[in-house]
Design a protein around this ligand. Structure first.
Ligand code: FAD
Ligand code: SF4
Length: 484
């Protein structure tokens, strides 16, 4: 339930447009991995907080998958009460600096904002920008605002996977007094936030700081521990009272065209992991992981992962980066902000083209051949279907191809536990319903991309929260206590 509304003491800011955020200019930023948008000053954040008209219906709250009381924090920021505003956000979202940066607010809280009237040239409240400011304010002022913890219940929960779904479940369950241990296959926690989303969009120090908050609350992290290999799911089920699976969808898809085995072809996952997680862009001075010196690269796909790959490639100082997508700009699944930034950074969008062959010589990539496409009737997704134009092909000379056409669940954990019900076609874990996120196995819940397939950070967080609520009820009813 949202808090009672507090009447603002300030005059509303009548600006129709969001308070702009300063950015590194494109010519400069393609030469470094520093963050692109530079964040708000206190004055800018206050001005944006004062744009929220504190409307009666407050649809933005329902538009947020974790139900943050947006008008309350916008009002507090409008009053200049940043620490109080941060406390308000943290009641529901312990990752504001991250969500403020990567959440698709334009499809969620900001989309439904009462002020959002494109026909009147009026923009919604800049919720994401203000949320990001609050997360950054906490870092700059070393504010370690931790939610309160209830008395220890004596119950233990294992969380498998440390992406946003697992971290949210861990945060909610530790607050309820349970003993929480996170098992992670990689050597750093954070999931895609660490190994996928590049430094120039989400600086790692922010993620580390927000995860440190969880450690301070008592969450234990066991790293380099791929469940299904290091230990079976069933063994973990025996050791813990409840288990949450949030292992994401990290298995890359390929196109199934000739030439995909050539040297110089990467999945976006491998490419981004080499650069982001292993610091390949600092090889050999600061990192042991090399990344091939690239001259001309083709990135295949049109989502956030493709934009991140293309923009990352651009920062490795190549001669040219193509982004090849089979539909048009209007159908690009990436956030508008991401495709806009990519275009500003001189990424060469080759739309309405579908790769049909990667060409090679002596085992290495030398080019990519594409079929030219046009748009036909809408398909099941509602987007117009790309249709090949007979006899029309184009070939580009490239030495590197990054395939970013999507990813599915990695079967390491699920293959080791055949009694866990899966969606046969997609390999995702089946849950009874989205409110409880319970699987068919007693004491096992699941959520995030491993259930939905590739989705968003905030949806994974929402799933982690729902699962945590259900796990808490289960643990308390087991001990004869009614869950609060
Ligand atoms: P993940 O973040 O994938 O985390 C799963 C974790 O589980 C990983 O750390 C993995 O190593 C670990 N794991 C896997 N198997 C095991 C095992 N057997 N044992 C132990 N641990 C295991 N979403 C947005 O909202 N905005 C964006 O801008 C955005 N950009 C993206 C950019 C890229 C490059 C990618 C790949 C995705 C992006 N997404 C974005 C999607 C978003 O990151 C995911 O939807 C979200 O991270 C899913 O969270 P999760 O917790 O389910 O899984
Ligand atoms: Fe403010 Fe928009 Fe939310 Fe209304 S919908 S409370 S105007 S942010």
């Amino acid at each position: 339930m949202a808090d009672e509304k507090k009447k603002p003491t300030y005059k509303f800011n009548k600006s129709k447009t969001k308070t702009p955020m300063r950015e590194q200019p494109p010519e400069e930023r393609i030469k470094n991995f520093n963050e692109v948008p530079l964040g708000f000053t206190c004055e800018e954040a206050t001005a944006e907080g004062q744009r929220c008209i504190q409307c009666k219906k407050r649809p933005c709250i329902a538009g947020c998958p974790v139900g943050v009381d947006i008008p309350a924090f916008m009002n507090l920021v409008g009053e200049g009460l940043y620490e109080e505003a941060l406390r308000k956000v943290k009641e529901k979202n312990f990752l504001p600096a991250i969500c403020g940066r990567v959440c698709p607010q334009e499809d969620q809280c900001e989309l439904v904002c009462t002020m959002n009237k494109p026909e009147k040239n009026r923009e919604p409240g800049g919720v994401g920008r203000v949320e990001r400011f609050l997360g950054d304010y906490a870092m700059e002022h070393d504010l370690n605002i931790l939610p309160s913890k209830e008395a220890a219940t004596g119950k233990s929960v294992a969380i498998i996977g440390s992406g946003p779904a697992g971290l949210t479940a861990a945060s909610d369950l530790i607050q309820k007094g349970h003993d929480v241990t996170v098992f992670e296959a990689l050597h750093r926690p954070g999931g895609v936030l660490f190994y996928g989303i590049p430094e120039f969009r989400l600086p790692k120090k922010i993620l580390i700081k927000e995860i440190d908050g969880l450690k301070d609350m008592g969450v234990k992290f066991i790293m380099n521990y791929p469940v299904g290999k290091a230990e079976s799911l069933n063994s973990i089920r025996e050791r813990f009272d409840a288990v949450f699976i949030g292992v994401g969808a990290g298995l890359p898809w390929f196109m199934g065209i000739p030439g995909e085995n050539l040297n110089g072809v990467y999945s976006a996952n491998e490419f981004l992991t080499r650069v982001n997680l292993m610091g390949g862009y600092q090889f050999p001075e600061k990192s042991d992981t090399p990344i091939k010196k690239i001259k001309k690269v083709a990135v295949i796909g049109g989502g956030n992962v493709a934009m991140d790959s293309a923009r990352t490639a651009k920062r490795l100082d190549p001669d040219h980066v193509y982004l090849i997508y089979r539909r048009t700009k209007a159908e690009l699944p990436a956030r508008i902000e991401e495709s806009h930034h990519a275009a500003e950074e001189f990424i060469d969008f080759q739309l309405l083209h579908a790769p049909i062959e990667i060409i090679g010589e002596n085992g290495a990539v030398t080019g990519i051949k594409c079929q030219e496409m046009e748009l036909g009737e809408p398909d099941d997704s509602g987007r117009r279907r790309p249709v090949p134009i007979e006899g029309a092909y184009k070939t580009w000379e490239v030495d590197t191809v990054v395939v970013a056409i999507g990813q599915g669940p990695n079967p390491i954990l699920t293959a080791d536990c055949p009694e866990l019900d899966l969606n046969e076609r997609r390999g995702t874990i089946l849950v009874q319903d989205e409110l409880t996120m319970r699987t068919n196995l007693e004491n096992v819940w699941a959520g995030g991309d491993i259930v939905t397939g590739g989705a968003t950070v905030i949806l994974a967080m929402g799933a982690g929260r729902n699962a945590a609520t259900s796990i808490h009820s289960y643990l308390m009813s087991e001990s004869g206590v009614t869950a609060r």
